[in-house]
Design a protein around this ligand. Structure first.
Ligand code: SF4
Length: 312
């Protein structure tokens, strides 16, 4: 399988681009994700010409809003340059299926970046890096995450699932999507969407039902936005439990009473947080091998991404 193009803050790959000439090499990104992702590194502070090493910058709350200013030299203000850099970079991101930002950076942080008052006193930790904000505004459907949050198994799973979903979608678009292919794509992703957002599942179904009419390109744009927005919402144990039960219905009648009780018990234990999702899913895959159902077996929900990237 070809690697998936994903943008990343350069310092996370170990590139010495930080203000002090250092880096922020991230082990999980470089040891695990790099086997599947084709990382496209970018450092906005270097790109706007600040140099290495450079004056450190930070987010400052001013009368005109948040500004990115020098820590020692407060006359240095690079807000507009970083915003323009983000807008320009985003224009070249058609091929990207995700972006991993460096947390807490006044340029790259996605959220909860420390801010300062003009007096020099610390403020709230609710800022957004100027470059990251410009990218996210220009590319709202691009899966984005910070490296620190990838240590959380649920957040990691959510990000990787979104990247792989976007990859399958962009490949379809690149080949020239037809209404029939949209229907097939949607059919394969039904349970995935159902696990994240029931309302979006119904909206997407209604949208796809009109795929044969005029304005197919616009319909695909709406589908992409609705799909990527739906997947942003974290799937819960309750919603996964409902999907697992739904899947069970495709072969339940063929199971012995003992097998049915075993799977039902495993789904209950997953709901209670006693076993990981992989436990009932593995048993469901096993039963589907013995009692195949074409529709269920095509579901991306069963294999959202390579097992090597599963949490654990
Ligand atoms: S956080 Fe962003 S701006 Fe800072 S060194 Fe890393 S890539 Fe460059």
């Amino acid at each position: 399988m070809e690697k998936i193009p994903v943008g990343i803050s350069s310092c996370l790959l170990g590139e010495r681009v930080r203000f002090d000439g250092g880096h922020k090499y991230d082990r999980f990104i470089n040891r695990r994700l790099a086997d599947f992702f084709d990382f496209r590194p970018f450092c906005p502070e270097v790109a706007i010409g600040l140099g290495i090493p450079r004056e450190p910058i930070r987010l400052v709350t001013t009368a005109t809003g948040l500004r990115v200013q020098g820590v020692k030299n407060t006359a240095l203000d690079v807000t507009e340059r970083l915003v323009a850099c983000g807008g320009q970079a985003a224009r070249d991101m058609d091929a990207l299926c995700g972006y991993i930002f460096k947390a807490r950076s006044p340029s790259c942080g996605m959220a909860r970046v420390k801010t300062w008052h003009e007096s020099g006193l610390p403020g709230r930790s609710d800022g957004i890096g100027a470059y990251a904000q410009a990218v996210m505004r220009a590319r709202p459907n691009l899966p984005c995450e910070e490296e620190g949050r990838l240590n959380d198994p649920d957040l990691r799973d959510n990000f990787i699932e979104r990247v792989f979903t976007r990859y399958r979608w962009t490949r379809l678009l690149a080949r020239g999507i037809t209404p029939a292919q949209l229907v097939e794509f949607h059919s394969r992703h039904k349970l995935t969407v159902m696990a994240h957002n029931q309302a979006a599942y119904r909206r997407l179904g209604r949208l796809v039902a009109t795929a044969g009419g005029k304005g197919f390109g616009e319909l695909c744009d709406r589908y992409e936005t609705e799909l990527m927005t739906a997947l942003k919402r974290q799937a819960t144990r309750k919603s996964h439990g409902n999907v697992l039960q739904h899947l069970q219905g495709y072969f339940s009648r063929q199971l012995t009473a003992d097998d049915r009780a075993e799977l039902g018990g495993l789904i209950d234990r997953y709901r209670l947080g006693l076993v990981p999702l992989a436990a009932p899913l593995t048993l469901i895959r096993h039963h589907l091998r013995h009692y195949p159902n074409d529709w269920a077996l095509r579901q991306t929900y069963l294999d959202p991404y390579p097992p090597e990237l599963l949490p654990g």
